[in-house]
Design a binder for this molecule. Sequence first.
Ligand SMILES: Nc1ncnc2c1ncn2[C@@H]1O[C@H](COP(=O)(O)OP(=O)(O)O)[C@@H](O)[C@H]1O
Ligand SMILES: [Mg+2]
Length: 250
Amino acid sequence: MITIQGLTKAFGSKVITRALDLSVERHEFLAIIGRSGEGKSVLLKQMIGLINPDSGSVKINGEEITNVRGKQRKNIFRTCGYVFQFAALLDSLNVLENIGLPLTEDGKDAKTIQPLIIEKLQSVGLAADVLYKYPDELSGGMKKRVGLARTLMLSPQVLLYDEPTTGLDPITVRLIHELMKKTHDEQKATTIVISHDVEIFKFATHVAMLHEGKIIYKGLAKDIWECANPYVYQFIRGLPEGPITPIGFV
Ligand SMILES: Nc1ncnc2c1ncn2[C@@H]1O[C@H](COP(=O)(O)OP(=O)(O)O)[C@@H](O)[C@H]1O
Ligand SMILES: [Mg+2]
C-alpha cells in the first residue's frame, strides 16, 4: 500500500530522515515509535505530501506522491486521511461545520451532507447534541473524535494519526484506541499511528521504530515485548540506560 524508498529530508543542516526505507502492506495497522524530536511527524507529513522530501520516493497504491500538485495532490488527500496531533479543529466553526469541512470546501451544500455528518458522528461515538457546540466547549477526547469524524468524511483508504492519545486520561486513551481499531476494520483501512502509548501494541499489527533518521526495526506487534533489539527493548520499557539518549539531554 505504501512504499517509501531513500527518503531524505533536512531542515538547514539538520537531517531528519536519512535515506529511510519503509513498506506498509494493505490493511496493516502500524505503530511508529521513536524519541520526541526524532522526526516522526515529519515522516508522516512526507507520506501524504504535506512536506516534500529533498530526495527519495513515496508511493501510495503504486503512485508517486512526492512533488505533486493540483488535482493529483487533492486525490492524495482523498485516499489518505490525516488526523492531526491536536485534532486541529477550527475554533470559529461548530462541530457540524468542522466535520463537514472536507465536503463543503469542495462546494457541497451543507444541508445535503448533514445525514453523512450525523452518520460519522455516530461512528465515532458522539451524540447529536454536540453538533452545535464549538471546539472550546469540548473535552480533549471529544475533540479527537470530532477530528476523526472529519477525516472519515472522505472514507480514506489510509488513516494516519499523529499522537492521537497524548494528553488524555487512561480510560479515554483506551476508548480512542478501540475506536481507531473499529475504524480500521470497518473502513478496511491501512492505518499508521505515531504513539508513545505502549497500550497501542494491543491494537496494532506491526511496530516500527524510527531512530537517527531511519527505520531501524519493524516487526509484529504481538511479539514486541519479546523483541531483543536493544533500541526497542530500552524504548518501550522507558529505561534510562541503553543505546538511546533522549534528544537534548547529554
Ligand atoms: N517545518 C519545519 N522547519 C524546520 N524544522 C522542523 C520543521 N518541522 C519539524 N522540524 C524539526 O524536525 C525535527 C523533528 O520534528 P518532529 O517530526 O516534529 O519530531 P517528532 O514528531 O518525532 O517528535 C525537530 O527538531 C523539529 O524541530
Ligand atoms: Mg510529532
